[in-house]
Design a protein around this ligand. Structure first.
Ligand SMILES: [Zn+2]
Length: 375
């Protein structure tokens, strides 16, 4: 039996009757107003992206794939939610505020992408992608639109990841929000457990983003039989769009020095740790999902995706900006990951210890989780 398509109009009707969902929307977004499919061009384009992801995620459900449904909140807060309602629905909610933040960033990011990956821009696939019209809803360029697709697919995939991995067994309050005052309040073990669940959702999110982008790109490229060279070229484009799109999740974060000794006992863990964890997951995802690329290409794409997003987080006039500009002037690559301290942090042995602590935290809460997948 073919997998039923997700339909935003039908989900909107379900949402109106779902009191659990509405209570969580009010709690985290301060409003339960949801977007109609014809709300705006941006909403409409975004619904298409989310539908691709929901479809891929539903294919991974062992049973009841239609439990997974999505909605768009009209809130201006930049946030995304996973909500578990007593009606046995797995809700993904993304806010218009988050969509606008990403939409406003992607065209400039696309220009940076073109400067960062000149050889990828010359591939046949990339030329073809650029001949497509931009998404409707305020996008200037087709490259920016593809980066939006990738970033949004990653966010929606991350929420779907919380569902697929059964994190309702941990978030017994019925919801998990990406931005929340309470998320940072807990200390020690709770904080580690939550970060371990974030990493798990990231990995599934990257996989769903890759699956959705693969479908989209192969539809646009229209090549029946790939040669080895074409396959490699295809994977390079895909990996660069995936890496850059997913790392835009870091856009709101201003990297700063990491105080490893004080981690994670402090109440407000440095946001840059979240970026590093995501970068680690991205590396793993690119290593596992792109078998046609050699090690050097994979490493280069990983590093440069991080570099161009790190560059976008640097605020003009800051100390990091001064170091960044000086390094750029000397022709030193990768300037931004060095200037922000990310490079040093990534190679810090304590980062590997931290990763191992996340593994242990995840293992200890695994029995409570209720995965939706087979096996
Ligand atoms: Zn999350």
């Amino acid at each position: 039996m073919p997998l039923p398509r997700h339909d935003f109009s039908a989900s909107l009707a379900l949402a109106h009757d779902d009191t659990d969902l509405r209570a969580q929307l009010v709690k985290y977004f301060k409003t339960d107003a949801l977007a109609r499919p014809d709300e705006s061009d941006l909403v409409n384009s975004t619904m298409d992206v989310i539908n691709w992801v929901v479809q891929q995620a539903r294919s991974l459900y062992a049973s009841e794939p239609t439990r997974l449904v999505a909605a768009i909140s009209l809130a201006s807060a930049q946030n995304a939610l996973a909500v578990w309602s007593s009606s046995r629905r797995d809700w993904i909610v993304v806010s218009v505020g988050l969509m606008e933040l990403l939409r406003n960033a992607v065209d400039e990011l696309g220009r940076e992408f073109a400067r960062t990956f000149p050889e990828i821009m010359e591939t046949g696939l990339m030329q073809r992608l650029q001949s497509k019209p931009p998404l409707r809803g305020g996008f200037e360029t087709s490259l920016g639109s593809f980066l939006y697709f990738s970033a949004l697919a990653f966010f929606a995939g991350h929420e779907a990841g919380h569902h697929l991995a059964g994190h309702d067994g941990y978030y017994v309050g019925g919801a998990h929000a990406e931005q929340s005052a309470e998320a940072n309040d807990a200390a020690d073990e709770t904080w580690l457990a939550k970060q371990a669940l974030e990493r798990e959702a990231d990995l599934i999110g990257l996989k769903l983003c890759r699956m959705s982008m693969t479908k989209l790109l192969s539809q646009l490229w229209e090549v029946d039989q790939y040669s080895v060279a074409e396959r490699r070229s295809y994977q390079r484009v895909l990996a660069a769009l995936l890496g850059t799109g997913a790392m835009t999740a870091a856009l709101r974060i201003t990297p700063r020095q990491i105080d490893w000794d004080d981690l994670p006992s402090r109440n407000h863990p440095p946001a840059v740790i979240r970026v590093l964890t995501l970068a680690g997951s991205m590396s793993r995802s690119i290593n596992e999902g792109f078998s046609d690329l050699d090690d050097i290409s994979r490493k280069w794409i990983r590093l440069m995706s991080l570099e161009l997003v790190a560059g976008a987080t640097i605020n003009p006039g800051t100390e990091a900006d001064r170091v960044y500009q000086a390094r750029l002037a000397r022709g030193g690559e990768p300037a931004a990951v060095r200037a922000t301290g990310m490079r040093k942090a990534l190679h810090d042995p304590r980062f590997h210890d931290y990763d191992a602590r996340l593994d242990a935290a995840l293992a200890s809460i695994k029995p409570r989780l209720r995965p939706r997948t087979v096996g």
